[in-house]
Ligand binder design. Structure first.
Ligand code: TMP
Length: 209
């Protein structure tokens, strides 16, 4: 019953809260599940997360940024995601390869074919069965972040975040069977219920296979 579920969205959309809530629900029901996140989720990933998020005095080129995210992902696939799926677990990942398409592709402007090829290599071809997009206007999400504590991405101008949001909506429209788009401005518990209904359905379908 291995299932790979990813959560995606812009800054302040509440995806980490929803990913954790889903993981808790599965554990409560006795379903073997693992929660991880990107960048991070491994010792190497944690170091790369720090390098990528911290505001730098020196310049980090878009290509270097892209490859650091890919390195973190390759390690996470090898250490956590692949073994989890092989054990038949439900693996939940807070951000995955689609974040690279939207942030480094739509946001930074790196061509999408290059990103696709690098993602393919870093993920070893592993794709989510379901991707949940917590969609909300970029300014609304950013305003949820604590003033004065913005990291390198949160500090980007609003236009960057609007491009990221549009990128997500385009990806979801291109592959509607994989994506579930939810209105992230809905109350937390309502979102939780919507997401659980979808995952429960997927679990039932996978049991019948
Ligand atoms: P978060 O985990 O708190 O959302 O922070 C991760 C940040 O890194 C967020 O601003 C999105 C960004 N990011 C990318 O730009 N590309 C990626 O591939 C991933 C996984 C994250």
């Amino acid at each position: 019953m291995a299932l790979f579920i990813t959560f995606e969205g812009g800054e302040g959309c509440g995806k980490s809260t929803q990913a954790k809530a889903l993981w808790r629900k599965l554990i409560q029901l006795g379903i073997s599940a693992e929660l991880t996140h990107e960048p991070g989720g491994t010792a190497l990933g944690k170091e790369l997360r720090h390098l990528l998020k911290r505001k730098r005095r020196d310049y980090l080129s878009p290509e270097a940024e892209l490859l650091l995210f890919a390195a973190s992902r390759a390690q996470l696939i090898d250490e956590v995601i692949k073994p989890g799926l092989q054990k038949g677990k439900v693996v939940i990942c807070d951000r995955f390869a689609d974040s690279t398409v939207t942030y480094q592709g739509y946001g930074r402007g790196i061509d999408l074919a290059t990103i696709k090829a690098i993602n393919e290599r870093a993920t070893a071809g592993i794709k989510p069965h379901l991707t949940i997009l917590l969609d909300m206007p970029a300014d609304k999400g950013l305003s949820r972040k604590q003033a004065g504590h913005h990291d390198r991405f949160e500090s980007e101008e609003i236009g960057f975040h609007q491009k990221v949001r549009n990128g997500y909506l385009e990806l979801a429209a291109q592959e509607p069977a994989r994506w579930m788009v939810v209105d992230a401005t809905l109350p937390r518990n309502q979102l939780k219920a919507l997401i659980w209904n979808k995952v429960n359905l997927l679990l039932q379908e996978s049991r019948q296979l």
